[in-house]
Design a protein around this ligand. Structure first.
Ligand code: ADP
Ligand code: ADP
Ligand code: ZN
Ligand code: ZN
Length: 749
């Protein structure tokens, strides 16, 4: 069935790829499957997308290109018939508080147009309806809808006196200059606990300003005026971008909270603009409505003059509904969106375009979606294809895999044991092939046989945050609980935002990057590197610091990184292997020191499995064994953390936690990036955390995981305002009989 213009990748060798050859049909949906670490991203993102990007960048001037000797050229012999690529990844849209769902989808701009045309009274052209425009913004919050406010309870400790350090801010501690500005005023009894202050004393301490203290004590600068703690902190730390503000950012974040702007009530606009209405609603009212409600409102406008505008708004809102984002409002700030939500918003932006002949690449579009919502995503993916585009999807969810016109399976395993194409063909051919993925697709999943008995209960009572409808739930201690429900039903709100208020000791494990320097690797992360350095030092009678990446023993050219990175202002960073040390990171002299016949660089190049044969010291062996147990035996000790795949990183973290002391763990969609066989491994790890005595809460859509939980809390019934209620609490299997639980319906299939 091979066609003349198929995309052909010849000799792909990025990361772990072993000279991969693959043919991808155009104008079809191709899904890439395979275990985590098998090389899917290496092929799809680091080779295909990167090459398209590179060709695009070729259009830059030679001035820039000449500076780029090896500009992002993927390790591949050739890629033929490659269309222009649009990558839809999980990178959050981010932005700042001025970037909202409305602004990034252009729906807010359309609303502005609508209000400028038919709003009454008429207040001006469409740009005055923008909260980013000085003419339109609320002057008190400058268009942000909220203002910074100092949380007094976090600022002072009422159980203490001034002398005991009642003001909980670094520069106001006993002995500090600012502290003297209160204890030397003669206004307060410096040994009186703040809880015993009269209302007036408290008001003076916190708020009063601009007068001379009548009876100051020694140490008071004679000409100075008194200034209360709050105005003082606001003046020095909140309103200025001063060096102090930066230096004390952490302390400031602790005492500052945001509250709704009292002038515009969160509407972000000035009173004149807010007074302009259509059918009794201002543009801010519209921006505060959920998509589903806003559609109803826009449809109710029956002015022939603006029909093209209203039609366009309804169409775009319809696309948001279609990708399962009907619960969002236009004023939701983009930095608060999850990775999955961000990807779906990007998708909506593309749906508006009428371009064809493009190559769209998706990174697990099912993330964050309940099985119930996956069908709508599938429909959109097919729409993109039917418009004449080629669609590539990296995906693990069987419900998405089954829409593939063509499947490519990478494997057979991960890392050095992977990097090959083990299958390519239609979905049906896959089902009858002997691959790992086919094995799982053909298997029936079972519920857990033996449900664990809880060792007690953690309670959350009357939770009302975001869309939660005054709910109370009990979470069983010492067992595994799955928190389920459609996207937007309130799972993250309940577990990520409310739960920590009750249980601050909860440890959250996600797939996000470990905050570490670019010198961090598996050996430093697991703490075995210190021991390895000591062994080398003793053996060679030198100082162990010589073997550190940031010592004089490191290659001076690349400063111990092994690679040279060139940072280009408006493009991705380009890296190449350091020519001085050939990527070995150390000076010649350091490389000459041996331990059991190996240099330090040899050791860093070893896989975990090989290192287990060489090191039998307990401090090294135990963490290495853990890594092997979680399926990471194929990684090398020196592999930078930043190059691990999402699933690998997550398992490295879990391996570290298995050594830890935590009691309460929360995993948020831990199956992201994981093949069904990895999910099995993950379930094994989660069980070990529980057997060790921990309480485990998993936010999940993956039915394989939910079936293996001891307890389930299902939120719903819908998303946003239509959600926020508890639909089911109990043993997962019993949810099948609960007609209110959508999740139960899918578990029963
Ligand atoms: P997937 O997308 O299938 O989960 P990736 O393509 O992200 O996997 O990773 C493939 C494998 O290549 C992983 O085991 C990863 O650790 C490994 N890897 C990453 N960078 C390099 C590199 N520079 N050299 C060799 N292997 C690498
Ligand atoms: P889930 O985790 O089940 O997908 P969420 O808890 O993220 O659901 O969302 C529940 C509701 O709360 C949605 O209507 C969502 O838009 C809203 N919401 C969540 N986080 C925020 C936030 N940071 N600011 C405003 N609204 C939010
Ligand atoms: Zn305001
Ligand atoms: Zn070097």
């Amino acid at each position: 069935m091979i066609k003349e213009d198929d995309i052909r990748v010849v000799g792909g060798r990025e990361k772990n790829l072993k000279g991969v050859h693959v043919t991808i049909p155009k104008k079809q949906i191709t899904v890439f499957v395979g275990v985590s670490g098998s090389g899917k991203s290496a092929l799809v993102f680091d080779t295909i997308a990167a090459e398209s990007q590179r060709q695009f960048n070729e259009s830059y001037s030679s001035f820039i290109r000449n500076r780029l000797p090896h500009y992002g050229q993927p390790e591949v012999d050739a890629i033929e018939h490659l269309p222009a690529v649009i990558v839809m990844n999980q990178k959050r849209i981010g932005g700042n508080a001025r970037s909202t769902v409305g602004t990034v989808t252009d729906i807010y701009a359309l609303l502005r147009l609508l209000f400028s045309r038919i709003g009454t009274p008429f207040v001006g052209y469409s740009d005055v309806f923008s909260f980013n425009n000085p003419q339109g913004m609320c002057p008190d919050c400058e268009g942000l809808g909220k203002v910074k406010d100092i949380n007094v309870d976090r600022l002072i400790d009422r159980e203490k006196s001034l002398n005991e350090g009642a003001i909980l801010f670094p520069t106001f501690m006993p002995g500090d200059v600012r502290w003297k500005r209160y204890v030397c005023t003669g206004l307060f009894d410096n040994d009186k606990k703040l809880k015993d202050y009269t209302d007036e004393e408290m008001d003076t301490l916190l708020h009063k300003s601009g007068f001379k203290p009548p009876n100051p004590t020694e140490g008071w600068p004679p000409t100075s005026l008194y200034e209360g703690v709050i105005p003082r902190i606001k003046r020095t730390y909140l309103y200025k971008d001063s060096r102090d503000a930066k230096r004390y950012q952490e302390a400031i974040d602790r005492i500052v909270s945001e509250k709704l702007c009292a002038s515009c009530c969160g509407g972000r606009l000035n009173p004149r603009v807010l007074s302009c209405k259509i059918n009794g609603k201002s543009i801010a009212d519209c921006a505060g409505m959920q998509v589903s409600e806003l559609i109803r409102f826009i449809r109710s406008i029956r002015e022939p003059d603006v029909q093209t505008v209203t039609d366009e708004i309804v169409k775009r809102l319809g696309n948001l509904l279609a990708v399962g984002l009907g619960y969002l409002s236009m004023n939701r700030e983009t930095p608060s969106l999850s990775g999955g939500e961000s990807q779906r918003i990007k998708m909506v932006r593309q749906l508006g375009s009428s371009l064809s002949d493009l190559l769209y690449i998706f990174d697990e579009p099912s993330i964050g979606l309940h099985p119930h919502d996956v069908n709508t995503i599938n429909r959109l993916l097919k729409q993109l294809r039917d418009k004449g585009n080629t669609v590539l999807i990296v995906e693990h969810d069987p419900d998405v895999i089954q829409i593939a016109d063509y499947v490519v399976e990478m494997g057979p395993r991960a890392g050095t044991h992977g990097g090959e194409v083990v299958f390519q063909g239609s979905f049906h051919e896959l089902l009858s092939s002997p691959t790992l993925t086919a094995g799982y697709l053909n298997r029936h999943l079972n519920f857990k046989r033996e449900i664990r008995k809880p060792g007690g209960w953690l309670a959350i009572e009357h939770a009302t945050m975001n869309n939660l409808k005054d709910i109370s739930v009990r979470i069983p201690a010492g067992v595994m609980t799955a928190v389920t429900g459609v996207a937007g039903s309130g799972k993250s709100t309940l577990i990520r935002q409310v739960l920590p208020r009750y249980y601050p000791e909860a440890i959250f494990i996600d797939q996000g990057a470990i905050h570490a320097s670019n010198r961090s690797n598996l050996a430093t992360y697991t703490d075995i590197f210190d021991t390895i350095r000591t062994l080398f030092a003793k053996e060679n009678r030198v100082n162990s610091s010589l073997f550190s990446f940031n010592s004089e023993g490191a290659c001076p050219h690349c400063k111990g990184l092994g690679i040279i990175s060139t940072d280009l202002a408006f493009m991705d960073t380009v890296s190449s292997i350091c020519e001085a040390c050939e990527g070995k990171r150390y000076t010649e002299q350091v490389l000459s020191y041996r331990f059991r016949g190996k240099s330090i660089s040899d050791v860093l190049a070893m896989t975990v499995e090989d290192a287990l044969n060489m090191f039998h010291e307990k401090e090294i062996e135990t963490p290495l064994k853990r890594l092997k147990e979680v399926g990471l035996g194929y990684l090398t000790l020196g592999q930078p953390l930043s190059t691990l795949s999402g699933g690998e990183l997550q398992r490295a973290k879990l391996a570290a936690e298995l050594e830890g002391e935590g009691n309460l763990y929360v995993l948020d969609e831990p199956t992201t990036g994981l093949h069904m066989s990895d999910v099995e491994l993950l379930i094994g790890l989660m069980n070990r955390l529980v057997e060790r005595g921990s309480t485990l809460i998993v936010i999940e859509h993956n039915l394989q995981v939910i079936r293996q939980a001891d307890w389930m809390i299902d939120l719903g019934p819908g998303a946003g305002e239509e959600g926020g209620q508890v639909m089911f609490e109990g043993i997962p299997k019993d949810s099948i009989d609960c007609s209110a639980s959508i999740t139960g319906r899918y578990l029963g299939l």
